[in-house]
Design a protein around this ligand. Sequence first.
Ligand SMILES: C[S@@+](CC[C@H](N)C(=O)[O-])C[C@H]1O[C@@H](n2cnc3c(N)ncnc32)[C@H](O)[C@@H]1O
Ligand SMILES: [Zn+2]
Length: 154
Amino acid sequence: MATSKNKSRRRFVVRNSGIHGKGVFALSHIPKGTRLIEYKGQRLTEAQVDRRYAKDDNPHTFLFALDDGMVIDATTHGNSARWINHSCAPNCEAVDDKDRIYIETLRAIRPGEELSYNYGIELEERHTPALKRLYQCRCGARSCKGTILSVKKK
Ligand SMILES: C[S@@+](CC[C@H](N)C(=O)[O-])C[C@H]1O[C@@H](n2cnc3c(N)ncnc32)[C@H](O)[C@@H]1O
Ligand SMILES: [Zn+2]
């Protein structure tokens, strides 16, 4: 049962975002370097993801790609972390700790601020102007790059 003590410990809440759809917002002051939540979901290989989303050309996903080639699909068994939007000037980062992904604060966060991290999405194909538009970023940061896609590492 939820007690008032439990409620007062909630550090963030999911609600509608000005960036896109739903987002996650701080309920209290959160210090820099706080581990907030694990990005949970079903672990799939890239081939399984390709099969699952073969007919889907919508860039909206709940997928988190790991360095080892596996992908976390938060559509299944996901938690609130899946609602965190991308920002070009993020206040959080996604940290890989023994193949598990945690969202941690990069700086102190004020109550009401939307939590965000840099998705760092790199597609296999060339990031053409059309693809960049498809992945248009609406983070609103002064330093917004206009796209959620990252600069490709050579
Ligand atoms: C994991 S979901 C995040 C939650 C999302 N707001 C929702 O309501 O489903 C990721 C998707 O949200 C959208 N999104 C996240 N950050 C965005 C941003 N800065 N600008 C535009 N769309 C964004 C993109 O469609 C992205 O594929
Ligand atoms: Zn942006």
